[in-house]
Structure formats: structure tokens, C-alpha cells
Design a protein around this ligand. Sequence first.
Ligand SMILES: [Zn+2]
Length: 287
Amino acid sequence: MKAIDVHVHPSTLPFSHSRLWGAEVAQSAEKYYRTTEKIRSDEEMAQDFKDLDVKALIIGWDAGAGMGYETSDTNDEVANLIKKFPDTFIGGWAMIDPWKGKLAVKELERCIKELGLTGLKFQQAAQAFFPNDRRFYPLYEKCVELKIPVSFHTGTTGLGAGMPGGNGLRLEHVKPIPYIDDVAADFPELTIVMIHPAWPWHEEQIAVLLHKANVYADLSGWAPKYFPEAIKREVNGRLQDKFMFGSDYPDIPPKRWLEEFEGGGYKPEVIEKVLYKNAQRILKFTI
Ligand SMILES: [Zn+2]
């Protein structure tokens, strides 16, 4: 195994951008990422990772209340892909609309106990909530009880980018301080992963990573050559045990990410840690 990609969106039909986000947001996001969506079969998607000898954690989607869309049951689809290709897709992040209240907590329990998913993921800009709002604390309590990690989007987002009013999405929702820092302080037993270099708040992200032992980050959503300099320095230095490889497949191809990262001037032991050793330790994967 070359690496564990902790941040992968399925590129199969149930996860098509227009189905998850609506046609307009999908179009603007493609423009922002300069990509055209390609729908793959389950087999084609798994092959993309087999070709690279990369294991992956795949991600669901559920942001109906914030986005104004009724989304399909993607957690079941995530579980199906894992069941079909267990050697490639070694885990999955459930995504659950936190505004579902008690039903969200029930769905989390179902996703972990029945579907076999391995973590919970939020996209707070799309889901329109602040992580430190006490109304959502029962979800984190359930994560602690189930001994699973939770991940939060940080930094700007391609969703709504370039649209009037960003299609109503608020960047304030995805700032590390105080929102994620507060959750980390209130739940010291909870493993928290900040998703993406958190530009333009990557300095805040670094501060939280330095201060809270239970907080980590993935490096998805950015081609490594564009990482902010401060992030590059921390990855190669004092925070080398905190960052994990994530691509944001299919928008960022893992092949490109890996090539740029491996050619990015990082120490060999740092490359090993970021590519898989940190994920094995932090997310407790014994492969
Ligand atoms: Zn993503």
C-alpha cells in the first residue's frame, strides 16, 4: 500500500454534483475547480485507486436544510461501495444533516453500527451551522460513545463560489477559531479532523493544531504546490504528526496530489507519515 487517502468523494451516479447540490451550484463549483464532472461506474472508481495502490475513505453527503435540497440516502451508497470493494475502500465518513436533531443522532448510530462506516463528516457552510452551537453537542457525545472521529470542513469552499451571494453560503461557518477550537476544548476525548488547509484561516488552524492534542488535519482540496507556505513549513516541521493525505477526489486527482507532494521538498519520514502512518495512528486503521 502506497497511501491512505482520507478524503474521497464517490464519482458514481448517486453522488453526481447536480444530484447533491443542484445544477446551478454544481456548475459554479466545476468552474471554480476548473473540472468537468465525469460519472464513473463503481468498478471504474475503485480501479482509479487500485491503479495507484491507494486505500481510501469515502464520504457521503447530506445538507438538505442548509442547501434547500432533498438529498438521497448517500450513507447507504457509501456503505455499498465499501462492501463491494473492501480492500480499496477501507472506511467511510457518514454525512448527516445536523438540523435533523434527534434523528441525526439515530442516523449516526445506524451508520456506524449497521452500515459499518467509520467516522462523521460535516460541511458547515453547506449545512449552515456553527460547530460550537450546543444544540449539536449530542452528535459529538454520540461520536465519543461510538469511539469514532469527526471531521469538519475548514477554509473557503468551492460550493457557491462565483455565485451571487455565494448562493447564500457563509464562510464564517468554516472558521477554525472559535468554532472548532471550542468543540475540541469541550470534548477532549473526541478525535477531530479539520478538512483542507484552512486558507484564509490556516494560521488559526495551525494554532488549534498546536494547542489541542485531539485535533488533526487533512491536506485535501488543494494541489500541494499551492499549499500556503506556513502549512508547508508545519507539515515538514513541528506538526508532522498531525497532517494526513486527503485528495478531494475526483476534483483533485490523487495521482497529481501524490506527485506534487512527493516532489515538494518534504523529508522522507514526513512523506511516510502524511501518506499513511498518521492516518493509521489517528484513525486507527490496522492495514
Ligand atoms: Zn471534499
